[in-house]
Every structure is written in structure tokens, then in C-alpha cells.
Design a protein around this ligand. Structure first.
Ligand code: 5RP
Length: 219
């Protein structure tokens, strides 16, 4: 099975979780794109009244298949949020933000009762941090936050020529061995100029669906 086929399998496995859900939270990335394709392929677009989207890219894709996109302030809290991840550990704590949508993803995850995370097997790790940790920053704080991340043991690299949907910038921090995800999430959140950090540990996923060659495993 290719990685793309695995992503599709994980996406299909999320469909039972959205049964009878009128308004859905939808994340960002190639795995989520498969999930959106599934909504169309399995004729679920009529059953879904609307979606709250975590990025402009996802919004466009949802609109293309006829799902109305609404603001979180309009929908209120959500029952289910479906999104991918760059890494997950056994506690369902995640690194997210490879696609740059971490802040909106974190907001929707926080506002949802159930966060269903869909990944292929390559995303599972014992300790978070092999994947460079994305940190979204206010542009004027970029160098300052980078220096603070060096103090925390990381090697920050500016995601050049990239602006988030919020008009901010991203630093990808390499070589972090995140043994205490909750503590590090709090620490990085508190650096002035940080909009959000791609550790999802204070609000981890509730369910992680991991597509493997042998089938989809539920964490
Ligand atoms: C976007 C994300 C994505 O969920 C993450 O990057 C995984 O993407 P993909 O499904 O393409 O592997 O956090 O900000």
C-alpha cells in the first residue's frame, strides 16, 4: 500500500464518526483532502449542513463539493473535528502544522467535543520531535522567538516566503526531543510573539485512526 492509499484508508475510517453530525470541523492537509473526497464519494454532502474549516485551502475544497462553510462564531462548539497530523505518540499527543494551519486547527480542536485524527503509519512515533516543530509567530517577533527556541535546545529554520492564513510567519524548529509535550507546549505558548505552537498535547486527539498494511488501528 502506498502512503497515499494509507491516507485514503485512514480517511474512510473516520466516516462512522461523522454519522448524524450536522456541522463538522475539518482540518487541513493531504489526508484531510482524502477525507473531503470521501464525503463526496459516499454521497454524504447532503447530510452535512455545514463545516467549519481550518484553512483557505480546505474551504475551497469543501465548497467545490457543495458543503457550506461557516465561521466558528456562527456554528458554536462542534461535536466532531477531523484532521490529520505530522506525528502522534501513544498518548494521542500530536505535532501539527506541517501545512501551516496550526492556529486555526488548534482553535477548532479546542472547540470540538471529539477530535478524530487520521494518519498513516509513518506518523506514529515514541517521542514527538523528529518532525520539525512548527511555531506560528507575529512577523516582528520571528528572530526573537527563534533565539528563545535555541535556548530550549532546538534549531529554528524560518519557513521562507510563507505567510499563514492569519498573515503570520512560521519557524520550523528541528532537533527537539519532546519528552514532556504538555510542559513544552505551555512554555512555547508563553514566548511573546508566538501565535501558537504545533504541539497538540493540552488538547490531544480523542481518537487516532492509524492506517497500516494490516488494517486501520484505533488509538
Ligand atoms: C496542517 C497539518 C496537517 O494535518 C499535517 O501537516 C498532516 O498533513 P498531511 O495529511 O498532508 O500529511 O497539521 O497544518
Amino acid at each position: 500500500m502506498t502512503q497515499d492509499e494509507s491516507k485514503r484508508k485512514a480517511a474512510e475510517a473516520a466516516l462512522p464518526y461523522i454519522k448524524d453530525v450536522a456541522i463538522l470541523g475539518v482540518g487541513t492537509g493531504s489526508t484531510v483532502n482524502h477525507f473531503i473526497d470521501c464525503l463526496a464519494d459516499f454521497n454524504l454532502t447532503k447530510e452535512i449542513k455545514g463545516a467549519v474549516s481550518s484553512s483557505i485551502a480546505t474551504t475551497e475544497r469543501l465548497k467545490k463539493i457543495g458543503i457550506p462553510v461557516m465561521e466558528l462564531s456562527e456554528s458554536g462548539n462542534l461535536d466532531v473535528y477531523v484532521d490529520g497530523a505530522d506525528e502522534t505518540n501513544a498518548l494521542k499527543q500530536l505535532i501539527k502544522g506541517g501545512g501551516g494551519a496550526l492556529t486555526r486547527e488548534k482553535i477548532i480542536a479546542g472547540a470540538s467535543k471529539k477530535f478524530v485524527c487520521i494518519v498513516d503509519e509513518s506518523k506514529t512515533v515514541k517521542v514527538l520531535g523528529k518532525f520539525p516543530l512548527p511555531v506560528e509567530v507575529i512577523p516582528m517577533a520571528r528572530s526573537f522567538v527563534a533565539r528563545e527556541m535555541v535556548k530550549l535546545g532546538g534549531q529554528p529554520i524560518w519557513r521562507e516566503n510563507y505567510v499563514t492564513d492569519n498573515g503570520c510567519e512560521i519557524i520550523d524548529v528541528h532537533n527537539m526531543e519532546i519528552v514532556e509535550p504538555i510542559a513544552l507546549e505551555r512554555l512555547v505558548n508563553n514566548i511573546p510573539g508566538v501565535v501558537s505552537v504545533g504541539i497538540f498535547a493540552l488538547r490531544p486527539a480523542d481518537v487516532v485512526l492509524v492506517a497500516k498494511a494490516s488494517g486501520v488501528e484505533t488509538l
